[in-house]
Design a protein around this ligand. Structure first.
Ligand SMILES: Cc1ncc(C[n+]2csc(CCOP(=O)(O)OP(=O)(O)O)c2C)c(N)n1
Length: 548
């Protein structure tokens, strides 16, 4: 290859990694990189706040399992990326963050917009580095993608000093091996796990985000069918089993008695599959530390005194489930449902005839479920609405209900939904937001309109930070610092050039949602919501154990 500009080589390396989009905002210190992107096969997607761009990369990575890429300039551009990079860190999305930087020669002294971004990103990335010389670009880029995409995935970060990106260099991208070999547990470990499980009278499976991440839902369904063992899902594991599957025990984690009512109280053994402790602490389902645990995951599990595992099966989750299922086949009957599902789905179904207005959550969610096909996508923002979605929105398929439960940052829904629509243009995409969180990334409505990504944004309007009101009322019997006024959301959407509607009667929501879903442009629906119905539903479910 001939000598060329370092930024050209850098972009060739991104192309070799299969990058299709870079989401971000250019800066004066990323001029060369942006110019090189312009001449490449990669689409640079300008966003309206770097956080929006990083959330788009986060969802792109989550859905494609290839790292999404975001870009911010030095200083404020980089710090604006951080919240969404941290989300990718705790929610385990492969993401590569690129940030500009001053010339190497002005880094040792006080200098315009120069702060130590590499140190700042270190705690929220799996790996990061400053590009010290153009010659190492192929290694640095390959490493950033390899580390980001390795189990458990997460973000990496490369800092790009302006002068390095302008150097002349003669090098080529390193080869990218498309398939990564995943390790397998030994036969002895597998047989040991099988014998521990065989000795259990009442085993249950707790399945988490990690199963969806590696596309092992089919293997999990087969395992449940082959063994007869029931499966409970975390919020982020929604849809791993179709909620109508006879082995589905429900979504656990919102309240203290969820696990008990899903069968954990009587369980002597819990098989965790792709379970990330960040989602929900094991103390909640193993308070007495008396359950035997078999852990199936892609990496060795975290240490927690409530999660002392008997056997770990580390490697390819789908293969492990298939091999273990073959060893165990039959033996249990976890197919008569769970009391948890009975209560929650009963309330959900009852919601269909609730004609209260402002609308109450079960009816609002019932209408969303009716309007979406099984593989369509619902993206939740963060707040009381998220707890309702986690609690009762029934999912048929994995990767169809997105609930951020690692970092859980408000404002995630709109930008991530845009990326979901870019990845799956054939599926309908709806966001449900609180009126607090929606305004945190509202600027990305312009990006959605410009990209013509027809997502439907539903805002549950109550003019309060609902989940904080709920918590304060319970703790202090009053709430404070939680009320606000809103802009006229319909007029605001109109200013962005989008169709929008305010729902004035309970029966109007379903038809409005269907009408919006048929459009080929993004739209917005304001739904006045009544949160007086407690998400805790019934005393039988106990007190809540999570924050929104
Ligand atoms: C960026 C960020 N800031 C603060 C919080 C803490 N928090 C969690 S939920 C919530 C209130 C959400 O209010 P709203 O978006 O109106 O949704 P609602 O609870 O009313 O459904 C707050 C402040 C957070 N999770 N993320």
């Amino acid at each position: 290859m001939a000598e060329r500009k370092a930024s050209d080589l850098f972009v060739e390396c991104l192309e070799a990694e299969g990058v299709k989009y870079v989401f971000g905002i250019p800066g004066e210190e990323t001029l060369d990189l942006n110019e090189s992107l312009d001449g490449s096969s990669i689409a640079f997607v300008p966003v309206r706040h770097e956080q929006g761009g990083a959330y788009m990369a986060d969802m792109y990575g989550r859905l494609t399992r290839r790292a999404g890429v975001c870009l911010g300039t030095l200083g404020p551009g980089a710090t604006n990326l951080i919240t969404a990079v941290a989300d990718a860190f705790l929610d385990r999305s492969p993401l590569v963050a690129l940030t500009g930087q001053a010339d190497l020669e002005r880094m040792h002294k006080e200098s315009h917009q120069h702060i130590d971004i590499v140190s700042m990103f270190r705690p929220v990335t799996k790996w990061n580095a400053r590009l010290q010389s153009a010659r190492v670009i192929p290694e640095v880029v390959r490493k950033a993608f390899k580390v980001a995409q390795a189990q458990k995935p997460g973000p990496t970060h490369i800092e790009l000093p302006e002068d390095v990106m302008g150097e002349r260099v003669d090098a080529d991208p390193l080869p990218v091996r498309p398939r990564v070999r995943r390790p397998e547990p030994s036969r002895a470990e597998l047989l040991e796990a099988a014998s521990v499980i065989r000795a259990a009278a009442n085993p249950v499976v707790l399945a988490g985000n990690g199963v969806a991440r590696v596309g092992a839902a089919g293997a999990l369904r087969d395992f449940a069918r082959a063994t007869g063992i029931g499966v409970a899902e975390t919020f982020m594991g929604k849809g791993l089993l179709d909620y109508e599957d006879p082995h589905a025990l429900g979504t656990v984690g919102l309240q203290s008695r969820d696990y008990a009512l899903a069968g954990f109280e009587d369980a002597d053994l819990v098989i965790t599959v792709g379970y990330d402790l960040v989602e929900h602490a094991p103390r909640n389902w193993n308070p007495g530390r008396d359950k035997q645990i078999v852990c199936i995951d892609t990496v060795s599990p975290e240490v927690d005194e409530h999660f002392m595992t008997a056997v770990d099966l580390v490697g390819d989750i789908a293969n492990i489930l298939a091999d273990l299922g073959a060893e165990l086949s039959g033996g249990w009957d976890g197919s008569d449902g769970s009391r948890l599902n009975e209560i929650v789905l009963g309330r959900f179904e009852a919601g269909r005839s609730d004609d209260a207005f402002p609308m109450r959550p079960p009816r609002a969610l019932w209408e969303v479920r009716q309007a979406l096909a099984p593989r369509d996508i619902l993206v939740s923002d963060v707040g009381l609405h998220k707890l309702w979605i986690a609690r009762m929105f029934p999912a048929h398929e994995p990767d169809t209900v997105f609930i951020a439960n690692g970092l859980a940052g408000m404002g995630i829904a709109l930008p991530t939904a845009i990326a979901a629509k870019l990845v799956h243009p054939e599926r309908k995409v709806v966001t449900v937001n609180g009126d607090g969180g929606f305004l945190m990334n509202v600027q990305e409505l312009e990006t959605a309109v410009r990209l013509r990504t027809p997502i439907v944004n539903v805002i549950w309007e109550n003019r309060q930070y609902g989940s904080i009101v709920w918590k304060q009322d319970k703790k202090f019997g009053r709430h404070f610092g939680t009320d606000f006024s809103n802009p006229d959301f319909v007029a605001l959407a109109g200013a962005f050039g989008m169709p929008a509607w305010r729902i004035e009667a309970v029966d109007d929501f379903g038809p409005a949602l269907r009408r919006a879903l048929d459009l080929d442009v993004p739209s917005l629906i304001v739904l006045p919501i009544d949160y007086s119905l407690d998400v805790a539903i019934s005393q039988e479910l106990g007190t809540e154990t999570v924050a929104a």
